[in-house]
Design a binder for this molecule. Structure first.
Ligand code: CMC
Length: 427
């Protein structure tokens, strides 16, 4: 019997089965159970995959107990403080931080690829104005597959790079178009003289003809502090290992479908309020609570087993400690409080909820801490990003993570079609 293995005994017939334990470089090791069904004729029942590792990955590491997150080995706190979102994109895709010349080249490529085919404007125009930007974005990204239906030469790294650059560059444009369509105002084309994050704010805010609103003191309507805050938010969202939307992307990838439809499926999965849609729900919930005096009533509802109400922006499948992204954002929130003057009423409600929940036995026992969406909701609100665009902002940040995971899946010789089994209890 190998030392690094696990023996399982079927008590019905006393047969034993041995499975190797595979080491991880950091974090939780895995038991390799790939032959389990063949050996035993049984399936492993694990709804929600709480104990299942679906792949081997080198991209992102999370220690949920310690509250640690690293992209390609580098702590998120360092990346958020010292590097731009585009540097982080390069890091995720290539495995190392770019040199200054590599960054200039990558940045220029993203700027030049930010335009979308004119035909996509017609697609977006065909949606009703009340369509949620996430519905439009998911459809538009799926439609991208028809504009770029080339067959990828999987031996050619430049084909992967081109596909990834297109996704990173075009999603902000499509997101801004989706938003402007919801207001019935003309689309603003990308301005290649602007940086990635500034350009997104520009496409959202500019007047027809590309003119920016000028404030009374002659300042343009995009402040550097806003660009920096949004860039940090993109970085914090860039990847998060095998979360629900990434698992969706990998699942669609496993069927051999076009990468852009896999990303579109990821966008749809992200939209739900248990996942990326939580940032929009946080603000909706704070507005519903309406006043600090109503908080105890809603905390009681969140604790009531017979009430489906949940405190949005609290809890996480993996983090059983403070979400490290939330820690970075809490600091950013305090900084912006001074510089942008956050809406004090909503912030007061948010901060009171946070304080009460962190001291409440129910939340302490279940390790329910504020997550990334709790703070992004409040910060995006302060940046005057319309509420229906909050989850689209998450999409922009996560697009690089999805495409990086897609590439890893494609390059992994052990990848198989995702096809779980079931426990049948019907007639
Ligand atoms: N409010 C009140 N109770 C909660 C909450 C909450 N937000 N989250 C979990 N619980 C309770 C839950 O009722 C359960 O209690 P009990 O053990 O008594 O049955 C316990 O905590 C464990 O919850 P779970 O649903 O089994 O945990 P999960 O890992 O399946 O779900 C989650 C994780 C994020 C879906 C969940 O915490 C949740 O719904 N949170 C609110 C939505 C949210 O903020 N989502 C954003 C997640 S972070 C970013 C992202 O992934 O996009």
């Amino acid at each position: 019997m190998a030392k690094n293995s696990m023996t399982l005994i079927d008590n019905r017939n006393s047969k034993s089965y041995e499975y190797p334990i595979l080491d991880a470089t950091r974090g939780t090791n895995v038991v390799d159970m790939q032959t389990f069904y063949k050996d035993t004729g049984l399936f492993i029942f694990d709804p929600g995959f709480t104990s299942t590792a679906s792949c081997t990955s080198k991209i992102t590491f999370i220690d949920g107990i310690k509250g640690e997150l690293r992209y390609r080995g580098i702590p998120i706190e360092i990346l958020a403080k010292e590097h731009s979102y585009l540097e982080v994109c390069f890091l995720l895709l290539q495995g190392y931080l770019p040199s200054s010349s590599e960054l200039i080249e990558f940045d220029l490529e993203i700027r030049h690829r930010s335009f979308v085919d004119e035909g996509l404007k017609n697609l977006i125009d065909s949606f009703p104005s009340h369509a949620h930007p996430m519905a439009v974005l998911s459809s538009a990204v799926s439609a991208l597959s028809s504009f770029y239906y080339e067959h990828l030469n999987l031996k050619d790294q430049s084909a992967y790079n081109e596909m990834a650059s297109r996704i990173i560059a075009k999603i902000p444009t499509l997101a801004a178009f989706a938003y402007r369509h919801s207001l019935g105002i003309p689309f603003i084309y990308p301005d290649i003289e602007r940086s990635f994050t500034e350009n997104f704010l520009y496409m959202m805010r500019a007047y027809p003809g590309g003119k920016m609103k000028i404030t009374q003191d002659g300042e343009q309507h995009i402040k550097q502090v806003e660009i920096d805050a949004l860039d940090t938010i993109f970085t914090l969202h860039a990847d998060h290992e095998q979360n629900a939307s990434t698992t969706t992307v990998r699942g669609v990838a496993s069927t051999g479908a076009h990468p852009y439809v896999a990303i579109s499926a990821g966008i749809s999965a992200l939209w739900g309020r248990a996942h990326g849609g939580a940032n929009e729900s946080v603000i909706a919930q704070l507005e519903m609570i309406g006043d600090v005096k109503n908080i105890p009533k809603y905390i009681a509802k969140a604790k009531d087993k017979n009430d489906p109400f949940r405190l949005m922006g609290f809890g996480h499948r993996v983090y059983k400690n403070f979400d490290p992204r939330a820690k970075v954002l809490k600091k950013l929130q305090d900084q912006l409080k001074e510089e942008l003057g956050l809406n004090s009423h909503l912030l007061e409600i948010a901060q009171t909820i946070e304080k009460i929940a962190l001291e409440d036995k129910y939340f302490i026992e279940r390790n329910l801490y504020p997550n990334i969406d709790f703070y992004t909701g409040v910060i995006l609100y302060a940046l005057k990003i319309p509420r229906n665009m909050f989850t689209a902002i998450f999409v922009i940040g996560r697009s690089v993570g999805w495409i990086t995971q897609w590439i890893e899946f494609k390059k992994d010789s052990n990848s198989k079609i995702a096809r779980p089994r079931q426990r049948y209890v019907g007639k």
